[in-house]
Design a protein around this ligand. Structure first.
Ligand code: MN
Ligand code: MN
Length: 473
């Protein structure tokens, strides 16, 4: 009798049975697993620094995949269980497949993350001179808050393609020895007008001009000699003339490297977590998938930040064509494979930010350090522009994650009617595939420096790996 009195009350017991478990967050993670998370994130930071653009992410991912035995895909070949192939789509998107014991018979497992991030693209005719300064005109890519980009050190990344078929890669500004580039801003003393404007008017797209030089070519009195000097240096270094900007994919990205954040080093601050923070775990899960039951396909896609249009984005047929190649090689029809396939759309969600708590709904937000976040639906308004994962599919995913002791949580993107956003899940769902979003909570999403928790990054890897390795879905 005494024992029972000391124990939990009836209500406490019943609560434990019936309520959603109390969120213990990283307190539920063992010291060993925390150490494993920290170690995993060292690899992630290295990848991130070498993958600021989708082209660099593809090149880095191929390097890692080839080291792990992946070889270029041959559509003429029939593959055996355990074989590992990749398909490079225009150096901007990548497919990696691990052939399963049952091949495509019971559908394929898809893990899809995107490797493009918001940035400043150069316009096709970017270089000009004004007031003895040389500047680049830019056209921003993706959803940025424009005021965040001035006075941040920027690096120039990309590829210049020449008419003779050759090309040169550009990566200048990340090394502390490199020069960097900058968008200027108005001093507060003269910003009386600017400061009284609404944010979208105070700083617009045509203000995003990047300072690239200030000294003239020689001392002669030619016009535009500062611009000429920049062009001269570009020719010396990259062999490019002004017309070559017309066949270039060049962009400016924040020059910082990924860094630990906090006294406890529990977080990572970096440019481009969205969505390399899911792409890297997905890639690592592909490398560690072993010989899965069903064929596993990891997709690192481009163009998500601008709506997935284009031949390297998820509205393109490149993934479905690849699934068709695998299916046909095994004598199956694409539609039969797709309808029994399932997908984790690996993308980030907005972490609850206590400084802006008013924009979130506390019970349905995701939080740093509470693990991978499952987002049943994204979209906006009355659930427009989204795929809403079914109850049955959510149940299967819950079961897979819980059976592998993955720390995970659910989250909506902010308050109802607070704004919204989408992911690639809806395009995947339209192919008749079961899909739900799973990824990493992010603070300051789309800012030049975004923040994530190391434990969440690791748990997203564990979640994808559990999904790839699950016997049945
Ligand atoms: Mn994203
Ligand atoms: Mn995004």
């Amino acid at each position: 009798m005494c024992e029972e009195k000391k124990g939990k009350s009836q209500a406490a017991k019943r609560k434990e049975e019936l309520f959603l478990p109390k969120k213990k967050g990283c307190r539920a993670v063992s010291a060993e697993e925390t150490a494993a998370a920290d170690a995993f994130c060292e690899g992630y930071k290295t990848f991130l620094d070498s993958a600021k653009t989708e082209r660099e992410a593809v090149a880095s991912a191929i390097r890692l995949a080839e080291e792990a035995g992946f070889v270029p895909f041959d559509p003429e070949k029939t593959y055996q269980p355990g074989e590992r192939v990749y398909l490079n789509n225009r150096n901007k998107a990548l497919l990696l497949a691990v052939i399963g014991k049952n091949g495509t018979k019971n559908g394929v497992r898809l893990g899809i993350a995107h490797i493009d991030s918001p940035r400043l693209d150069l316009k096709p005719n970017p270089l000009y001179e004004s007031a003895d300064l040389a500047l680049f005109k830019t056209h921003y890519y993706g959803g940025i808050k424009k005021y965040q980009w001035p006075t941040v050190p920027l690096a120039l990344h990309g590829t210049v393609a020449f008419r003779d078929g050759t090309s040169v890669n550009v990566c200048l500004g990340d090394d502390p020895e490199d020069p960097c580039f900058l968008v200027s801003d108005l001093l507060p003393h003269l910003a009386v007008d600017q400061m009284s404007k609404v944010m979208t008017k105070a700083f617009n797209g045509e203000h995003l001009n990047v300072l690239v030089g200030s000294r003239p070519f020689n001392d002669d009195e030619e016009s535009e000699s500062v611009k000429l000097n920049v062009m001269h240096l570009l020719f010396e270094k990259y062999g490019m003339r002004e017309a070559d900007f017309q066949s270039a994919d060049l962009c400016l990205v924040p020059a910082d490297k990924a860094r630990d954040v906090g006294f406890d080093r529990s977080m990572i601050g970096a440019y481009g977590h969205d969505d390399k923070v899911c792409a890297y775990p997905a890639l690592m899960a592909a490398l560690d998938a072993g010989v899965p039951e069903s064929t596993v396909i990891t997709v690192l896609t481009d163009r998500e930040e601008i709506g997935s249009d284009g031949n390297t984005g998820m509205k393109s047929t490149f993934l479905v064509d690849f699934v068709a190649d695998l299916a046909e090689a095994e004598g199956r029809k694409l539609r039969h494979v797709l309808r029994s396939s399932c997908c984790l759309s690996a993308d980030v969600n907005a972490a609850f930010d206590p400084t802006y708590s008013g924009e979130f709904e506390a019970n349905n937000s995701c939080y740093l350090n509470r693990g991978a976040v499952i987002t049943k639906y994204t979209g906006s308004g009355g659930k427009y522009s989204t795929s809403d994962a079914s109850a049955e599919y959510m149940a299967k995913i819950r079961s897979v994650l819980d059976n592998s002791a993955v720390l995970w949580q659910t989250g909506e993107l902010g308050k109802v009617d607070g704004g919204g956003g989408g992911t690639i899940a809806k395009f995947v769902a339209n192919w008749n595939v079961d899909v739900v979003d799973l990824g990493v909570p992010v603070l300051s999403m789309h800012a030049p420096m975004e923040v994530v928790s190391k434990i969440d990054v690791y748990m997203t890897y564990r979640a994808l790996l559990a999904f790839y390795r699950a016997e049945k879905m």
